[in-house]
Design a binder for this molecule. Sequence first.
Ligand SMILES: [Zn+2]
Length: 57
Amino acid sequence: MPPPPKKPKKADLPQKLCVTCGRPFTWRKKWERVWDEVRYCSDRCRQARPESDTPRR
Ligand SMILES: [Zn+2]
């Protein structure tokens, strides 16, 4: 008997790639209001952002 197809997890949370370390990270409750602005997986990566990544104005 073939295994049943995988279903998406109940908690199908969005993911992003950290611009500093390049690793994917998952939505967190603390980011629910700023998720569109979140670009780093952690405070460490935020502080270690490359200088070339200058904020555009
Ligand atoms: Zn990171």
